[in-house]
Write a protein that binds this ligand. Structure first.
Ligand SMILES: [Cu+2]
Length: 627
C-alpha cells in the first residue's frame, strides 16, 4: 500500500477513508515506542487521518478553501427557549446495553469496560454518585432548514431531546458524578472522525484516569496506547471537589477554586479535531453554595445569579459544507481549519427568544481554529452592554459591568449577564462576531460591522418577577503569596513550529513520555512562550486552573485585561507573546496534558504530557497557607 501525507487538502465527510489495506494492517501490534512507529501503527490500525491510500486520496479529497457553503437564509429556526439538562439514571448497563451493571472502582472487564486504571480516592469521594449513561452515536442532524441532513457524532442519553445538538449536565460540588460513556460509533464508518473516543471534561479537578487522557481512547474494537485493554464503555468518576482537598482537610477543598461553566469533548490521540468537529462536545455546569443555580435561594451566601431556565449555554463552532450540504473538513493540513458558517448550538444563524428579564449566557468557543470577538448590537448596529461575570468557567472576584465585547480563543468560555428588561417586546438584538480571521494563524483585526451569528428576540414578559441579581462581589480569589512564587520551580515551554508540524520545546507530542514530573502538592510557574511572529495558540493546561502573573509581547510587559485577572485554564498566546502562569498540582496523581487548543495543532504535535507523582505535599512558606 502506498501511503503519503497530504497537506492543505480537505475531504468531504462522505468520503471513505477505510481500505482493505488499512484493515489488514490494523491487526498489527504496536511496535516500538517512538513517535514514528506510533503514527504508522495508529494510522494503519484506525484509518487515522494522517495516511490515505493513493486511490482514495485522488478520488475524494478536496481543498476546503475552494469550497463555499451553500447560501442559507438567516433567522429561520428557533433555539429551544430553555436548556434541557440530562436527568440522572438509577442503573447503568454493560456493553450489551441490557444487563444492569453497577460501577466498580476498578475496570469491569467482564461486562465490557475498557482497561482503565482504578478510580483514585473512590472510597473517600465516590459514595452514592449521581449517575449518567451516555452513548456516543452517529445520528442525522440538520444545521439549517435550507441544508440537507448530515450525520454527526453526538453524546446522547436516553432523555436527550431531538432538538439538542449537545448534552448538558448540571452537577454540584460535594455530589460526585459517575458518568458511563459507551462508544457506539460505527466501526466501518464513512468520512471524518475516528470511531473510538476519549472524553475530556475540561477542566474539572478530576483524577487522571477520568480526565480523558489522549492515549486512553477506547472502543470495543480498539484500545488506546495507555489503556490495558479495549472495551465498549468506560466509567468516568467526577468527584466534584474543589482543588485543595489535601491542603484544606475539609473533605471538599477550597471553594475559591470552583469552576462553573465546563465542557466535555473528545480528546482522542491525533484525532481530537475530527471528532470534535463532527459534534462530540457538551456542557457540564457546576454549582455550589455561592453559585447555587437558584436565583431565589434564601441563603445569605447565595449569589442569586440568573438561574434555570434563564441560565443558557451557547456553543460556537465553525463548519464548511459542500453543495450537498455535507461537512467538509481538512484533515491533513497541520495549520488548522476555518469554516465559513458559524453554528450556535449546532444551528446556523438561529433565533433565541428571550423574556424581558436578566439572563445568564454561558458562551463557549468550541473551535476548532477560529477566534471570536462578540458584540451585542441592536438592529441598527448600535452596541449594547452586558455584565461579564466569569472567564473560563471561573467566576470573577467582581463583575465587570458595562462591557461591550467578549473575546474568545478556542476553548475559552465567558459567562455574561444580559438584562433584556430594558427592551420593549419585539426588540431584535444580534450577537455579532466582529473579528476578521482570514487564515488559521489567528485573527487579523476587528472590523466595523461583523457577522451576525445569533438573533435574540425579546418576545415576552417573564411570568413572574425577576429576583436574580449580580452582586458586587462574586467569588473571592486566593491571594498570591510572594514567598511561594519566589520559591516555585519555573518551567519554560516554547510553542513552535518544526518541520511543518507543531512542537513544544522543539519536540512533537509523545504521550508515552512525560515532559515534567511534578510532586503532588507542589506549585510551579510555567512560562508559555510563542516566539512565532505569525501564529496564535490558545494553550490549555489540564486539571488545574492557573493565575497569570505577567504577560509580555516582544519582551515588553503588557497589562492584563480585567477578565484575565482571575483563574484561567486557556492562555491565548498572541504573536510574540509570553505569559507566566502560577499553578498548583493537587490531590490526584497520574498523567495529564498541556496542548494548543487549536485542536488541529494539537493533533499535529503541539501537546505534551506531564505527570503528578505521589509525594507528601510540601509545607507552604509561613503565611502562605490555604486559609
Ligand atoms: Cu496552536
Amino acid at each position: 500500500m502506498k501511503t503519503y501525507r497530504l497537506s492543505s487538502r480537505g475531504i468531504s465527510l462522505v468520503a471513505r477513508n477505510d481500505t482493505d489495506d488499512a484493515k489488514q494492517q490494523s491487526e498489527q501490534p504496536l511496535a516500538g515506542t517512538n513517535r514514528r512507529a506510533f503514527l504508522k501503527w495508529s494510522a494503519a490500525a484506525s484509518a487515522l487521518p494522517l495516511l490515505l491510500t493513493e486511490r482514495d486520496s485522488q478520488a475524494k479529497d478536496s481543498d476546503t478553501s475552494a469550497v463555499t457553503s451553500p447560501k442559507t437564509t438567516p433567522w429561520k429556526e428557533f433555539l429551544p427557549n430553555q436548556m434541557s439538562p440530562l436527568n440522572p439514571v438509577s442503573v447503568l448497563h454493560g456493553a450489551d446495553g441490557v444487563q444492569e451493571v453497577a460501577p466498580t472502582p476498578g475496570a469491569d472487564a467482564e461486562h465490557g469496560e475498557c482497561g482503565r486504571k482504578p478510580h483514585q480516592r473512590y472510597d473517600e469521594l465516590g459514595a452514592d454518585p449521581t449517575m449518567y449513561e451516555i452513548n456516543v452515536v452517529e445520528r442525522p442532524w440538520k444545521a439549517h432548514p435550507d441544508l440537507p441532513e448530515t450525520r454527526v457524532w453526538s453524546y446522547r442519553a436516553a432523555d436527550s431531546t431531538p432538538d439538542s445538538f449537545s448534552p448538558i449536565i448540571f452537577a454540584r460540588y460535594g455530589q460526585p458524578v459517575l458518568c458511563r460513556f459507551h462508544c457506539k460509533l460505527p466501526k466501518d464508518h464513512v468520512g471524518v472522525g475516528v470511531p473510538y473516543i476519549s472524553v475530556h471534561l475540561h477542566n474539572l479537578h478530576c483524577p487522571s484516569e477520568s480526565d480523558g487522557f489522549p492515549g486512553d481512547f477506547f472502543s470495543a474494537h480498539k484500545q488506546g496506547l495507555t489503556l490495558d485493554y479495549k472495551g465498549e464503555y468506560k466509567d468516568h468518576f467526577y468527584p466534584n471537589v474543589y482543588a485543595g482537598l489535601d491542603e484544606m482537610q475539609n473533605g471538599i477543598g477550597d471553594f475559591r477554586e470552583a469552576l462553573g461553566t465546563l465542557w466535555f469533548h473528545d480528546h482522542t490521540w491525533q484525532a481530537t479535531s475530527q471528532n470534535v468537529v463532527r459534534g462530540m462536545f457538551g456542557f457540564y455546569v457546576l454549582f455550589d453554595h455561592l453559585d447555587s443555580g437558584n436565583e431565589k435561594d434564601p441563603s445569605p451566601e447565595a449569589l442569586r445569579l440568573p438561574s434555570y431556565p434563564y441560565d443558557y449555554m451557547l456553543s460556537f463552532n465553525d463548519m464548511r459544507f459542500d453543495s450537498k450540504g455535507q461537512l467538509v473538513f481538512d484533515r491533513f493540513s497541520p495549520d488548522g481549519t476555518l469554516g465559513d458558517k458559524i453554528l450556535v448550538n449546532g444551528k446556523i444563524e438561529p433565533v433565541l427568544r428571550v423574556a424581558r428579564r436578566k439572563y445568564r449566557l454561558r458562551l463557549l468557543n468550541a473551535g476548532p481554529s477560529r477566534f471570536y470577538e462578540f458584540y451585542l448590537n441592536d438592529s441598527k448596529g448600535k452596541a449594547q452592554t452586558f455584565t461579564y461575570i466569569a472567564n473560563d468557567g471561573n467566576l470573577l472576584p467582581a463583575p465587570i459591568r458595562n462591557m461591550g465585547k467578549v473575546h474568545l480563543g478556542v476553548a475559552e468560555r465567558a459567562d455574561l449577564v444580559v438584562d433584556f428588561s430594558k427592551y420593549p417586546i419585539g426588540t431584535e438584538l444580534f450577537l455579532t462576531n466582529r473579528l476578521i480571521q482570514e487564515t488559521t494563524k489567528g485573527p487579523d483585526k476587528v472590523d466595523g460591522s461583523g457577522t451576525r451569528v445569533l438573533k435574540l428576540l425579546v418576545d415576552r414578559d417573564p411570568p413572574e418577577q425577576d429576583l436574580s441579581q449580580v452582586p458586587d462581589a462574586l467569588r473571592p480569589l486566593r491571594p498570591l503569596c510572594d514567598e511561594e512564587i519566589a520559591r516555585a520551580k519555573v518551567r519554560r515551554w516554547v510553542f513552535d513550529r518544526k518541520g511543518g508540524e507543531w512542537a513544544v520545546n522543539g519536540k512533537p507530542e509523545n504521550i508515552l513520555d512525560t515532559s515534567a514530573k511534578i510532586d503532588k502538592g507542589e506549585c510551579e510557574i510555567w512560562e508559555l512562550v510563542n516566539e512565532s511572529g505569525g501564529w496564535q495558540h490558545p494553550v490549555h493546561i489540564h486539571f488545574e486552573e492557573g493565575r497569570i502573573l505577567s504577560k509580555t509581547v516582544n519582551g515588553l510587559p503588557v497589562a492584563l485585561p480585567e477578565h484575565e485577572r482571575g483563574r484561567k485554564d486557556v492562555y491565548v498566546l498572541g504573536k510574540n507573546e509570553a505569559v507566566r502562569v502560577f499553578l498548583r498540582f493537587r490531590d490526584f496523581t497520574g498523567k495529564y496534558v498541556m496542548h494548543c487548543h487549536n485542536v488541529i495543532h494539537e493533533d499535529h504535535g503541539m501537546m505534551l504530557r506531564w505527570d503528578i507523582e505521589d509525594d507528601t505535599p510540601p509545607e507552604p512558606p509561613a503565611g502562605c497557607g490555604a486559609s
